[in-house]
Each structure stands twice: as structure tokens, then as C-alpha cells.
Design a protein around this ligand. Structure first.
Ligand code: SAM
Length: 349
């Protein structure tokens, strides 16, 4: 198989309603990397189609860092949209479109749709189709099981229209549709446990998780009640100081790993430095960013995971402002930042 099909479009999957942010972000990242292109973003469609000028979408994606994107959950370099797939044989044209998107067999298959209510109805079509297509692709020598090889995506807008595309492991999301399927633990105090679980999964690899989330480490949770984030830290063996005037989950308190302090999270500081600061207080983003920066600059915490509730308008501008605020505060304090990254989480609803 040779890499001969051109990939004209980079599809970026995002939360429905955030297409504008996703488009603006990819335009900015493209310009920074010296590319020009055009982003098509239909409101509430759950995806953005970016067409880089004069560059194949695979080469364009390879020049950018997927993990640095905030609003894109997944990206897929695609050929043309196939609009009229025959009802009696959708497999053949999609196999043809897939052939040549990679210069060897694909290592996995993903049959996906935008994450919208309308597209949810398509899941009944996608599941059996995935089976049938995988069998045909294996027979054609296009599909193996290899986690390091490029992944083949079939992205359907309807049962008659879809793209074939490709993503590279290591520079894309490993999760189907870029969505981590996390189970709500039965004894968790709130759904917020999933937010922090997703953040840990997204921002840290297995080794970092083993090193940074383990017994013997300490954390402060600002705005902790009823205790979802604290629960997550406790599960990993950490000792947590939970700051909030509200009430903590009693089962969580019974673990003996939590000290609950009723205080203002913007004022309280620990008597000894902790390994982690986490913060889920609902406040102005710049206020939260400044607080986190102060903790890190003062050495009260070594690492932080925090939630910024963005305003309805100018979300990207607000994030850039928060980023600048944190960077300049730490620079002033002579502290080096190992990694500062933002992500719109699926489980933050
Ligand atoms: N992360 C929590 C969980 O997983 O269960 C949910 C936190 S909830 C979104 C926000 C919390 O921040 C509320 O419990 C609220 O009382 C607390 N909060 C807001 N402002 C605060 C402040 N200035 N100091 C301490 N807690 C504050």
C-alpha cells in the first residue's frame, strides 16, 4: 500500500457549541507554525473542518502538537467527504477512500460521529457497520492490530455521508471520538470525580501518574465539597486537606485521609508545602489563575490541577490572559514551569 491519497481536510472534533473556539484555536496554531488555511465551522455540529492551503492535512497535523489544543478532542486527516454512499454497499467506496491514506496497514479502526444529539441516533448504524467494515478491511490487508500504526477513522455525518481519515498514535487522542469512557464509581460523592480522573488521564502518562499520585504524597483541595476531587486523590493514596465552608461526604471523611478545614480558599495557606494543589472553586478565571500562580510561586505546592470556568464570550482570550498571568508570576519568582496546559474536559458538564 502506498501513501497516495491526498488528505485535504483536518477534521477537529469538539463539544457542540464550541466550534467557534475550536476553529479560532486551529487558525492561531496554524499561523504560529507558518501555515495558512480555512476553517469551516457550522454552529452546534460538533466538529470543525480545517483545510490547510498547499499542505496535506497529514503533514499539517504532524507539524502541530495535538496535546496542546484546548478545544479539539480528536483530529483526523481526511480525504473528500463521500456524500452519497450506496445503501447496499458503503464498504467498498470507504475502503477505496481509506486505501492510500497511510503507507502501510492501519493499526486500528474507529467508526465515529460528531458528539451531538442528532448523531447519537447513528450509533445503531455504526456498531454493526464497524464489524462489517473491519472484516472487509482485514481481508483487504488494510487493517492489523498494532497500537503504533496509524488509525483509520470513518467519521459519519449520516448513514449516507462520511469521511475516511487517519490519525497518528502519539499525536492524537487514543480514545474513540476523543472521549474517555469513565465509569462513575458507586461510592463517589459527586460526578466531579470524573473531571479530575479525566484530567489525570489526559495530562499525565502512566509513569507520571505512578510517580505523582501515590501514598505518601499530600494535597490541598480548594473548594472541595462535597468531595469528588478529594475522593479521587484519596483513591490514589494521598493525604488531603479539603478547604470549603460546605459539608464533606461522611464516608470520605471516615477514610482518615482527609482533614476538612472550613475556610476561605483564597486566603488559607498550609503550614508546610504540599505536593499537589487542586482547585474547583467557581470564581472568575483570572482570580483562580492568580491564586494558583501564587501558590506555585511561593512554593506552597509543587503541582496544580485547576478548573477555570470560562465566560460565555471571548473564552480563548480569557485563557490566554490566564496563561500569561501564571507565566509572568512564576517568572517573577524565578520558577521554571515544566508544563502548563489547558483542556476542555468532556466530563466537565
Ligand atoms: N470539586 C468538588 C467535588 O468534586 O465535589 C466540587 C466543587 S464545587 C464545583 C465548588 C465548591 O467551591 C463549592 O463547594 C463552594 O462551597 C466552594 N467555594 C466557592 N468559593 C469558595 C471559597 N472562596 N473558599 C472555599 N470554597 C469555596
Amino acid at each position: 500500500m502506498t501513501d497516495t491519497t491526498s488528505a485535504t481536510t483536518l477534521l477537529l472534533c469538539c463539544r457542540a457549541g464550541f466550534e467557534g473556539e475550536c476553529a479560532a484555536e486551529i487558525q492561531t496554531r496554524a499561523a504560529e507554525a507558518g501555515f495558512a488555511g480555512f476553517a469551516k465551522a457550522k454552529p452546534d455540529s460538533g466538529y470543525v473542518a480545517f483545510q490547510p492551503y498547499g499542505t496535506d492535512a497529514r503533514a499539517f497535523a504532524a507539524a502541530l502538537d495535538f496535546s496542546a489544543l484546548i478545544f479539539a478532542r480528536q483530529w483526523i486527516a481526511c480525504g473528500e467527504l463521500l456524500r452519497e454512499l450506496p445503501v447496499d454497499d458503503r464498504v467498498t467506496p470507504l475502503l477505496e477512500a481509506a486505501r492510500g491514506l497511510a503507507d502501510g496497514p492501519f493499526g486500528a479502526l474507529r467508526v465515529e460521529t460528531p458528539d451531538t444529539n442528532e448523531a447519537k441516533a447513528l450509533s445503531a448504524f455504526c456498531r454493526p457497520f464497524e464489524k462489517a467494515f473491519a472484516a472487509a478491511a482485514r481481508k483487504a490487508g488494510l487493517l492489523l492490530d498494532d497500537a503504533r500504526a496509524p488509525r483509520l477513522h470513518l467519521f459519519f455525518l449520516s448513514s449516507a455521508a462520511g469521511w475516511a481519515g487517519v490519525s497518528q498514535p502519539g499525536n492524537s487522542s487514543d480514545w474513540p471520538m476523543g472521549i474517555p469512557r469513565l465509569k462513575m464509581p458507586h461510592d463517589a460523592p459527586s460526578r466531579s470525580v470524573l473531571k479530575l480522573a479525566e484530567a489525570f488521564e489526559f495530562f499525565m502518562d502512566r509513569e507520571e501518574q505512578a510517580e505523582w499520585l501515590r501514598e505518601g504524597l499530600t494535597a490541598v483541595d480548594l473548594g472541595a465539597c462535597p468531595g469528588g476531587w478529594t475522593w479521587q486523590l484519596v483513591q490514589h493514596g494521598l493525604q488531603v486537606t479539603a478547604i470549603d465552608n460546605g459539608a464533606m461526604d461522611s464516608r470520605l471523611m471516615a477514610t482518615g485521609q482527609v482533614e476538612h478545614v472550613q475556610a476561605d480558599g483564597f486566603v488559607w495557606r498550609p503550614s508546610r508545602p504540599v505536593h499537589w494543589l487542586v482547585c474547583d472553586m467557581v470564581e472568575q478565571p483570572a482570580r483562580v489563575a492568580a491564586l494558583v500562580a501564587d501558590w506555585l510561586a511561593d512554593g506552597d505546592a509543587q503541582r496544580a490541577m485547576f478548573n477555570l470556568k470560562l465566560p460565555m464570550k471571548k473564552r480563548l482570550d480569557e485563557l490566554e490572559y490566564c496563561q500569561h498571568l501564571i507565566e509572568s508570576r512564576l517568572q517573577e519568582a524565578g520558577k521554571k514551569i515544566r508544563r502548563l496546559a489547558f483542556r476542555q474536559l468532556y466530563h466537565d458538564r
